[in-house]
Design a protein around this ligand. Structure first.
Ligand SMILES: Nc1ncnc2c1ncn2[C@@H]1O[C@H](COP(=O)(O)OP(=O)(O)OP(=O)(O)O)[C@@H](O)[C@H]1O
Ligand SMILES: CC(=O)N[C@H]1[C@@H]2OC[C@@H](O2)[C@@H](O)[C@@H]1O[C@H](C)C(=O)O
Length: 402
Protein backbone atom coordinates (compact mmCIF):
# COMPACT_ATOMS: atom_id res chain seq x y z
CA UNK A 1 0.00 0.00 0.00
CA UNK A 2 1.20 3.51 -0.83
CA UNK A 3 -0.04 6.35 1.35
CA UNK A 4 -0.81 9.50 -0.60
CA UNK A 5 -2.35 12.89 0.24
CA UNK A 6 -4.42 14.48 -2.53
CA UNK A 7 -5.12 18.23 -2.32
CA UNK A 8 -7.21 20.61 -4.41
CA UNK A 9 -8.92 23.95 -4.17
CA UNK A 10 -11.38 24.22 -7.00
CA UNK A 11 -13.11 27.01 -8.86
CA UNK A 12 -15.38 27.81 -5.88
CA UNK A 13 -12.27 28.89 -3.89
CA UNK A 14 -14.10 27.70 -0.77
CA UNK A 15 -11.04 26.04 0.83
CA UNK A 16 -8.46 23.32 0.29
CA UNK A 17 -9.82 19.78 0.27
CA UNK A 18 -7.23 17.28 1.47
CA UNK A 19 -7.64 13.51 1.55
CA UNK A 20 -5.21 10.90 2.87
CA UNK A 21 -5.62 7.56 1.10
CA UNK A 22 -3.96 4.18 0.88
CA UNK A 23 -3.62 3.03 -2.71
CA UNK A 24 -2.80 -0.34 -4.26
CA UNK A 25 -3.09 -1.83 -7.76
CA UNK A 26 -2.75 0.04 -11.03
CA UNK A 27 -5.79 0.91 -13.16
CA UNK A 28 -8.93 -1.26 -13.27
CA UNK A 29 -7.63 -3.20 -10.24
CA UNK A 30 -7.03 0.07 -8.36
CA UNK A 31 -7.90 -0.01 -4.67
CA UNK A 32 -8.26 3.18 -2.69
CA UNK A 33 -8.99 3.38 1.01
CA UNK A 34 -9.80 6.80 2.51
CA UNK A 35 -8.08 7.25 5.90
CA UNK A 36 -8.78 10.92 6.66
CA UNK A 37 -10.03 14.06 4.95
CA UNK A 38 -10.85 17.66 5.76
CA UNK A 39 -11.40 21.05 4.19
CA UNK A 40 -8.76 23.56 5.24
CA UNK A 41 -10.22 27.08 5.01
CA UNK A 42 -8.16 29.80 3.37
CA UNK A 43 -7.44 32.82 5.57
CA UNK A 44 -10.17 35.33 4.63
CA UNK A 45 -7.82 37.90 3.07
CA UNK A 46 -6.12 35.26 0.91
CA UNK A 47 -9.48 33.91 -0.29
CA UNK A 48 -10.61 37.43 -1.24
CA UNK A 49 -7.31 38.03 -3.07
CA UNK A 50 -7.67 34.77 -5.05
CA UNK A 51 -11.26 35.63 -6.01
CA UNK A 52 -10.13 39.11 -7.10
CA UNK A 53 -7.28 37.70 -9.21
CA UNK A 54 -9.64 35.12 -10.78
CA UNK A 55 -11.93 38.07 -11.56
CA UNK A 56 -9.14 39.83 -13.49
CA UNK A 57 -7.35 41.95 -10.85
CA UNK A 58 -3.89 42.86 -12.27
CA UNK A 59 -0.81 41.69 -10.34
CA UNK A 60 2.88 42.61 -10.49
CA UNK A 61 5.27 39.68 -10.94
CA UNK A 62 6.43 40.13 -7.34
CA UNK A 63 2.82 39.99 -6.10
CA UNK A 64 2.24 36.87 -8.24
CA UNK A 65 5.23 35.16 -6.60
CA UNK A 66 3.95 36.13 -3.13
CA UNK A 67 0.49 34.80 -3.94
CA UNK A 68 1.92 31.55 -5.35
CA UNK A 69 3.92 30.94 -2.18
CA UNK A 70 1.09 31.98 0.15
CA UNK A 71 -1.14 29.38 -1.55
CA UNK A 72 1.65 26.74 -1.42
CA UNK A 73 2.02 27.49 2.31
CA UNK A 74 -1.71 26.85 2.88
CA UNK A 75 -1.60 23.63 0.84
CA UNK A 76 1.37 22.44 2.93
CA UNK A 77 -0.49 23.29 6.16
CA UNK A 78 -3.60 21.54 4.88
CA UNK A 79 -1.59 18.38 4.08
CA UNK A 80 0.26 18.40 7.41
CA UNK A 81 -3.01 18.90 9.31
CA UNK A 82 -3.96 15.33 8.34
CA UNK A 83 -0.82 13.80 9.73
CA UNK A 84 -0.68 13.96 13.53
CA UNK A 85 -2.87 10.87 14.05
CA UNK A 86 -1.75 9.10 10.90
CA UNK A 87 1.23 7.03 9.78
CA UNK A 88 3.77 8.77 7.51
CA UNK A 89 2.88 9.38 3.87
CA UNK A 90 4.88 8.65 0.74
CA UNK A 91 3.57 11.29 -1.61
CA UNK A 92 1.45 14.41 -2.06
CA UNK A 93 -0.57 15.06 -5.23
CA UNK A 94 -1.37 18.77 -5.23
CA UNK A 95 -3.66 20.20 -7.87
CA UNK A 96 -3.16 23.73 -6.52
CA UNK A 97 -5.52 26.65 -7.06
CA UNK A 98 -6.75 27.40 -10.57
CA UNK A 99 -6.58 31.15 -11.17
CA UNK A 100 -6.83 31.16 -14.95
CA UNK A 101 -7.98 28.70 -17.60
CA UNK A 102 -8.08 29.28 -21.35
CA UNK A 103 -9.11 26.32 -23.50
CA UNK A 104 -7.24 25.71 -26.78
CA UNK A 105 -8.66 27.40 -29.86
CA UNK A 106 -8.56 26.78 -33.62
CA UNK A 107 -8.41 23.66 -35.72
CA UNK A 108 -5.72 20.99 -35.83
CA UNK A 109 -6.52 20.33 -39.49
CA UNK A 110 -5.42 23.71 -40.87
CA UNK A 111 -2.59 24.29 -38.39
CA UNK A 112 -4.38 27.20 -36.67
CA UNK A 113 -4.55 25.40 -33.31
CA UNK A 114 -3.42 27.51 -30.38
CA UNK A 115 -2.54 25.63 -27.19
CA UNK A 116 -4.68 26.11 -24.12
CA UNK A 117 -3.31 27.76 -20.99
CA UNK A 118 -4.16 26.78 -17.43
CA UNK A 119 -2.53 28.27 -14.36
CA UNK A 120 -2.65 26.61 -10.94
CA UNK A 121 -0.90 28.45 -8.11
CA UNK A 122 0.70 26.83 -5.03
CA UNK A 123 3.97 25.60 -6.47
CA UNK A 124 4.81 21.98 -5.80
CA UNK A 125 8.48 22.61 -5.04
CA UNK A 126 7.47 24.83 -2.10
CA UNK A 127 4.98 22.23 -0.81
CA UNK A 128 7.69 19.54 -1.02
CA UNK A 129 10.16 21.77 0.81
CA UNK A 130 7.67 22.76 3.52
CA UNK A 131 6.37 19.25 4.18
CA UNK A 132 9.45 17.15 3.46
CA UNK A 133 7.21 14.95 1.29
CA UNK A 134 7.72 14.29 -2.44
CA UNK A 135 5.04 16.31 -4.23
CA UNK A 136 3.53 16.01 -7.69
CA UNK A 137 1.95 19.21 -9.04
CA UNK A 138 1.12 21.05 -12.29
CA UNK A 139 -1.06 18.20 -13.57
CA UNK A 140 -2.71 20.00 -16.47
CA UNK A 141 0.37 21.17 -18.40
CA UNK A 142 1.30 17.87 -20.09
CA UNK A 143 -2.21 17.33 -21.43
CA UNK A 144 -2.27 20.90 -22.75
CA UNK A 145 1.15 20.41 -24.37
CA UNK A 146 -0.37 17.43 -26.22
CA UNK A 147 -3.09 19.72 -27.59
CA UNK A 148 -5.68 18.87 -24.90
CA UNK A 149 -8.04 21.03 -22.88
CA UNK A 150 -6.11 20.20 -19.70
CA UNK A 151 -9.48 19.23 -18.17
CA UNK A 152 -11.31 17.26 -17.07
CA UNK A 153 -8.59 14.96 -15.70
CA UNK A 154 -10.69 13.04 -13.19
CA UNK A 155 -12.63 10.75 -15.63
CA UNK A 156 -9.87 8.12 -15.76
CA UNK A 157 -9.97 7.90 -11.97
CA UNK A 158 -13.79 7.76 -12.10
CA UNK A 159 -13.56 4.83 -14.49
CA UNK A 160 -11.25 2.97 -12.13
CA UNK A 161 -13.30 3.66 -8.99
CA UNK A 162 -16.90 3.97 -10.20
CA UNK A 163 -17.24 1.89 -13.38
CA UNK A 164 -20.02 -0.72 -13.13
CA UNK A 165 -20.33 -4.05 -14.95
CA UNK A 166 -23.98 -3.59 -15.89
CA UNK A 167 -24.98 0.04 -15.61
CA UNK A 168 -24.15 3.08 -17.71
CA UNK A 169 -23.19 5.79 -15.27
CA UNK A 170 -22.65 9.52 -15.46
CA UNK A 171 -20.50 10.95 -12.70
CA UNK A 172 -21.58 14.57 -12.46
CA UNK A 173 -19.27 16.84 -10.49
CA UNK A 174 -20.97 19.97 -9.14
CA UNK A 175 -18.15 22.26 -8.06
CA UNK A 176 -17.91 25.88 -9.14
CA UNK A 177 -17.99 24.45 -12.66
CA UNK A 178 -19.78 21.20 -13.55
CA UNK A 179 -18.19 18.31 -15.38
CA UNK A 180 -19.36 14.87 -16.40
CA UNK A 181 -17.65 11.51 -16.84
CA UNK A 182 -19.68 9.06 -18.92
CA UNK A 183 -18.88 5.46 -17.98
CA UNK A 184 -20.38 2.73 -20.18
CA UNK A 185 -20.63 -0.68 -18.50
CA UNK A 186 -17.18 -2.19 -17.98
CA UNK A 187 -16.96 -4.67 -20.79
CA UNK A 188 -15.56 -8.14 -20.88
CA UNK A 189 -11.74 -7.74 -21.01
CA UNK A 190 -11.77 -9.55 -24.39
CA UNK A 191 -14.10 -7.02 -26.02
CA UNK A 192 -13.08 -3.60 -27.31
CA UNK A 193 -14.26 -1.24 -24.59
CA UNK A 194 -16.67 1.57 -25.42
CA UNK A 195 -14.89 4.88 -24.88
CA UNK A 196 -15.26 6.87 -21.70
CA UNK A 197 -16.38 10.43 -22.39
CA UNK A 198 -15.96 13.48 -20.20
CA UNK A 199 -16.21 17.24 -20.50
CA UNK A 200 -17.15 20.40 -18.63
CA UNK A 201 -20.91 20.95 -18.75
CA UNK A 202 -20.91 24.64 -17.69
CA UNK A 203 -21.70 26.41 -14.43
CA UNK A 204 -22.57 24.44 -11.28
CA UNK A 205 -22.21 26.66 -8.18
CA UNK A 206 -20.14 29.56 -9.57
CA UNK A 207 -23.11 31.74 -10.59
CA UNK A 208 -25.26 30.59 -7.66
CA UNK A 209 -22.59 31.50 -5.10
CA UNK A 210 -22.05 34.92 -6.69
CA UNK A 211 -25.81 35.55 -6.65
CA UNK A 212 -26.15 34.47 -3.01
CA UNK A 213 -23.28 36.79 -1.99
CA UNK A 214 -24.93 39.65 -3.86
CA UNK A 215 -28.50 39.07 -2.62
CA UNK A 216 -27.42 38.52 1.00
CA UNK A 217 -25.11 41.59 0.81
CA UNK A 218 -22.12 39.41 1.63
CA UNK A 219 -23.76 37.70 4.63
CA UNK A 220 -23.93 34.27 2.95
CA UNK A 221 -21.48 32.66 0.54
CA UNK A 222 -23.74 29.81 -0.65
CA UNK A 223 -27.30 28.53 -0.39
CA UNK A 224 -27.13 25.68 2.14
CA UNK A 225 -29.15 22.70 0.90
CA UNK A 226 -30.65 24.96 -1.77
CA UNK A 227 -33.17 26.08 0.89
CA UNK A 228 -33.39 29.68 -0.33
CA UNK A 229 -33.79 28.79 -4.02
CA UNK A 230 -36.39 26.14 -3.11
CA UNK A 231 -38.78 28.88 -1.96
CA UNK A 232 -38.73 30.48 -5.42
CA UNK A 233 -40.19 29.60 -8.80
CA UNK A 234 -37.94 29.25 -11.86
CA UNK A 235 -38.65 31.55 -14.80
CA UNK A 236 -38.67 29.13 -17.75
CA UNK A 237 -38.45 31.74 -20.56
CA UNK A 238 -35.23 33.05 -18.99
CA UNK A 239 -33.83 29.52 -18.69
CA UNK A 240 -34.55 28.97 -22.39
CA UNK A 241 -32.91 32.30 -23.24
CA UNK A 242 -29.81 31.53 -21.18
CA UNK A 243 -29.49 28.06 -22.77
CA UNK A 244 -28.64 29.82 -26.07
CA UNK A 245 -25.11 30.24 -24.64
CA UNK A 246 -22.88 28.77 -27.42
CA UNK A 247 -20.76 26.78 -24.91
CA UNK A 248 -23.66 24.36 -24.37
CA UNK A 249 -23.94 23.58 -28.09
CA UNK A 250 -20.17 23.21 -28.52
CA UNK A 251 -19.31 19.52 -28.94
CA UNK A 252 -16.77 17.94 -26.57
CA UNK A 253 -13.88 17.92 -25.84
CA UNK A 254 -14.54 21.18 -24.05
CA UNK A 255 -13.62 22.90 -20.80
CA UNK A 256 -14.50 26.17 -19.16
CA UNK A 257 -14.08 28.18 -15.98
CA UNK A 258 -14.90 31.34 -14.08
CA UNK A 259 -13.45 33.31 -17.01
CA UNK A 260 -16.77 32.61 -18.79
CA UNK A 261 -19.19 31.70 -15.97
CA UNK A 262 -18.06 34.38 -13.51
CA UNK A 263 -19.09 37.85 -12.25
CA UNK A 264 -19.67 39.40 -15.71
CA UNK A 265 -21.87 36.49 -16.72
CA UNK A 266 -23.94 36.85 -13.55
CA UNK A 267 -24.31 40.59 -14.25
CA UNK A 268 -25.75 39.77 -17.68
CA UNK A 269 -28.17 37.24 -16.18
CA UNK A 270 -29.21 39.83 -13.59
CA UNK A 271 -29.82 42.49 -16.27
CA UNK A 272 -31.86 40.09 -18.39
CA UNK A 273 -33.93 39.10 -15.36
CA UNK A 274 -35.00 42.71 -14.72
CA UNK A 275 -37.77 42.60 -17.33
CA UNK A 276 -39.39 39.66 -15.48
CA UNK A 277 -39.51 41.45 -12.08
CA UNK A 278 -38.38 38.32 -10.23
CA UNK A 279 -38.09 38.11 -6.44
CA UNK A 280 -34.66 37.18 -5.01
CA UNK A 281 -35.76 33.59 -4.50
CA UNK A 282 -37.21 33.37 -8.03
CA UNK A 283 -33.87 34.59 -9.40
CA UNK A 284 -31.99 31.91 -7.44
CA UNK A 285 -34.47 29.21 -8.47
CA UNK A 286 -33.99 30.31 -12.11
CA UNK A 287 -30.20 30.01 -11.78
CA UNK A 288 -30.58 26.50 -10.32
CA UNK A 289 -32.92 25.56 -13.17
CA UNK A 290 -30.43 26.98 -15.70
CA UNK A 291 -27.61 24.92 -14.20
CA UNK A 292 -29.71 21.76 -14.23
CA UNK A 293 -31.03 22.41 -17.76
CA UNK A 294 -27.48 22.99 -19.08
CA UNK A 295 -26.45 19.58 -17.75
CA UNK A 296 -29.47 17.87 -19.33
CA UNK A 297 -28.92 19.66 -22.66
CA UNK A 298 -25.30 18.46 -22.67
CA UNK A 299 -26.35 14.86 -21.98
CA UNK A 300 -29.04 14.86 -24.65
CA UNK A 301 -26.73 16.36 -27.27
CA UNK A 302 -23.52 14.45 -26.70
CA UNK A 303 -24.04 11.13 -24.90
CA UNK A 304 -24.33 8.07 -27.15
CA UNK A 305 -26.69 6.44 -24.62
CA UNK A 306 -28.57 8.07 -21.75
CA UNK A 307 -27.33 6.86 -18.33
CA UNK A 308 -29.08 4.46 -15.97
CA UNK A 309 -27.61 6.36 -13.05
CA UNK A 310 -26.28 9.85 -12.43
CA UNK A 311 -23.93 9.95 -9.45
CA UNK A 312 -23.39 13.45 -8.07
CA UNK A 313 -20.26 14.65 -6.31
CA UNK A 314 -18.75 17.99 -5.29
CA UNK A 315 -20.35 20.55 -2.98
CA UNK A 316 -23.43 20.92 -5.20
CA UNK A 317 -24.38 17.32 -4.43
CA UNK A 318 -25.46 18.74 -1.00
CA UNK A 319 -27.92 21.10 -2.70
CA UNK A 320 -31.10 19.05 -2.30
CA UNK A 321 -33.20 21.43 -4.37
CA UNK A 322 -30.75 21.20 -7.29
CA UNK A 323 -30.69 17.40 -6.97
CA UNK A 324 -34.51 17.25 -7.04
CA UNK A 325 -34.71 19.53 -10.06
CA UNK A 326 -32.09 17.46 -11.92
CA UNK A 327 -34.04 14.28 -11.21
CA UNK A 328 -37.26 15.95 -12.44
CA UNK A 329 -35.72 17.42 -15.58
CA UNK A 330 -33.98 14.17 -16.53
CA UNK A 331 -37.26 12.26 -16.04
CA UNK A 332 -39.16 14.81 -18.16
CA UNK A 333 -36.84 14.33 -21.14
CA UNK A 334 -36.21 10.58 -20.93
CA UNK A 335 -38.26 7.52 -21.72
CA UNK A 336 -36.40 5.42 -19.15
CA UNK A 337 -36.02 5.90 -15.39
CA UNK A 338 -32.79 7.61 -14.32
CA UNK A 339 -31.65 7.42 -10.69
CA UNK A 340 -29.89 10.47 -9.31
CA UNK A 341 -27.69 9.50 -6.35
CA UNK A 342 -24.46 10.78 -4.82
CA UNK A 343 -21.17 8.90 -5.06
CA UNK A 344 -21.43 8.40 -1.27
CA UNK A 345 -24.26 6.00 -1.99
CA UNK A 346 -21.91 3.74 -3.97
CA UNK A 347 -19.08 4.04 -1.46
CA UNK A 348 -16.97 6.97 -2.67
CA UNK A 349 -16.92 10.16 -0.59
CA UNK A 350 -18.69 12.86 -2.66
CA UNK A 351 -17.06 15.82 -0.90
CA UNK A 352 -13.49 14.61 -1.29
CA UNK A 353 -13.64 12.71 -4.59
CA UNK A 354 -11.52 15.29 -6.43
CA UNK A 355 -8.89 15.35 -3.66
CA UNK A 356 -8.83 11.54 -3.77
CA UNK A 357 -8.48 11.71 -7.57
CA UNK A 358 -5.37 13.89 -7.38
CA UNK A 359 -3.83 11.42 -4.93
CA UNK A 360 -4.43 8.70 -7.53
CA UNK A 361 -3.08 10.87 -10.37
CA UNK A 362 0.13 11.48 -8.36
CA UNK A 363 0.41 7.74 -7.65
CA UNK A 364 0.02 7.00 -11.37
CA UNK A 365 2.61 9.68 -12.21
CA UNK A 366 5.34 8.14 -10.06
CA UNK A 367 4.51 4.69 -11.44
CA UNK A 368 4.71 5.91 -15.03
CA UNK A 369 0.99 5.47 -15.77
CA UNK A 370 -0.67 8.17 -17.91
CA UNK A 371 -3.47 10.09 -16.15
CA UNK A 372 -5.42 11.73 -18.98
CA UNK A 373 -7.93 10.16 -21.35
CA UNK A 374 -7.42 11.72 -24.82
CA UNK A 375 -11.07 11.01 -25.69
CA UNK A 376 -12.04 13.35 -22.80
CA UNK A 377 -9.46 16.12 -23.03
CA UNK A 378 -8.77 16.05 -26.78
CA UNK A 379 -5.03 15.48 -26.23
CA UNK A 380 -3.27 13.68 -29.04
CA UNK A 381 -1.98 10.96 -26.75
CA UNK A 382 -2.07 9.67 -23.17
CA UNK A 383 0.43 11.63 -21.06
CA UNK A 384 2.22 11.33 -17.74
CA UNK A 385 0.64 14.15 -15.77
CA UNK A 386 2.46 16.33 -13.26
CA UNK A 387 5.94 17.45 -12.24
CA UNK A 388 7.64 15.47 -9.47
CA UNK A 389 9.40 17.45 -6.75
CA UNK A 390 11.54 15.17 -4.64
CA UNK A 391 12.95 16.39 -1.38
CA UNK A 392 15.36 15.09 1.21
CA UNK A 393 13.35 14.27 4.37
CA UNK A 394 13.55 17.18 6.77
CA UNK A 395 11.95 18.50 9.89
CA UNK A 396 8.45 19.89 9.53
CA UNK A 397 9.06 22.28 12.40
CA UNK A 398 9.63 25.27 10.14
CA UNK A 399 6.08 25.37 8.83
CA UNK A 400 4.53 24.55 12.19
CA UNK A 401 6.30 27.58 13.66
CA UNK A 402 5.54 30.02 10.83
N1 LIG B 1 -24.55 21.95 2.03
C1 LIG B 1 -24.50 22.56 0.85
N2 LIG B 1 -25.62 22.96 0.23
C2 LIG B 1 -25.59 23.57 -0.97
N3 LIG B 1 -24.46 23.85 -1.65
C3 LIG B 1 -23.30 23.46 -1.09
C4 LIG B 1 -23.24 22.80 0.17
N4 LIG B 1 -21.96 22.55 0.47
C5 LIG B 1 -21.23 23.04 -0.57
N5 LIG B 1 -22.03 23.60 -1.49
C6 LIG B 1 -21.66 24.27 -2.73
O1 LIG B 1 -20.53 23.63 -3.27
C7 LIG B 1 -19.50 24.58 -3.56
C8 LIG B 1 -18.14 23.94 -3.38
O2 LIG B 1 -18.08 22.77 -4.12
P1 LIG B 1 -16.69 22.09 -4.44
O3 LIG B 1 -15.82 22.19 -3.25
O4 LIG B 1 -17.00 20.76 -4.99
O5 LIG B 1 -16.20 23.06 -5.58
P2 LIG B 1 -14.77 23.24 -6.17
O6 LIG B 1 -13.99 21.99 -5.97
O7 LIG B 1 -14.25 24.51 -5.63
O8 LIG B 1 -15.06 23.48 -7.72
P3 LIG B 1 -14.56 22.72 -9.06
O9 LIG B 1 -14.96 21.28 -8.96
O10 LIG B 1 -15.28 23.47 -10.13
O11 LIG B 1 -13.09 22.92 -9.15
C9 LIG B 1 -19.75 25.72 -2.59
O12 LIG B 1 -19.22 26.92 -3.10
C10 LIG B 1 -21.27 25.72 -2.49
O13 LIG B 1 -21.83 26.47 -3.53
C1 LIG C 1 -8.96 24.37 -14.95
C2 LIG C 1 -9.66 23.71 -13.83
O1 LIG C 1 -9.25 23.80 -12.70
N1 LIG C 1 -10.75 22.99 -14.16
C3 LIG C 1 -11.52 22.26 -13.18
C4 LIG C 1 -12.84 22.98 -12.95
O2 LIG C 1 -13.59 22.34 -11.91
C5 LIG C 1 -14.52 21.45 -12.50
C6 LIG C 1 -14.15 21.49 -13.94
O3 LIG C 1 -13.66 22.82 -14.08
C7 LIG C 1 -13.05 20.44 -14.19
O4 LIG C 1 -12.96 20.07 -15.52
C8 LIG C 1 -11.68 20.84 -13.67
O5 LIG C 1 -11.37 20.05 -12.55
C9 LIG C 1 -11.53 18.69 -12.37
C10 LIG C 1 -10.93 18.35 -11.05
C11 LIG C 1 -10.90 17.80 -13.46
O6 LIG C 1 -9.90 18.17 -14.06
O7 LIG C 1 -11.42 16.70 -13.65
Amino acid sequence: MTRVIGAISGTSVDGIDVALVEIAGTELDLEVNLLAARTHPYPHALQEEILAVCGGKPLTMAALAELDDAIAGEFARAALSLLPQQPPVDLIGSHGQTVYHRPPVGSRDNGSRRLGYSLQLGRGEAIAQLTGITTVSNFRAADIAAGGEGAPLVPKVDRALLGDRQKTRCIQNLGGIGNVAYLPPRSDPHETPEPILGWDTGPANSLLDLAVRRLSRGQQSYDRGGAWAATGTPCEPLVEQWLQEPFFQQPPPKSTGRELFGPDYLDRCWQEAQSYALSDEDFLATLVEFTVASIVVNYRAFLPVQPDEVLLCGGGSRNLYLKQRLQARLAATSNQPVSVLTTDEVGLNADFKEAIAFAVLAYWRVRGIPGNLPECTGAETPMLLGDIHRTPRRSRASIECQ
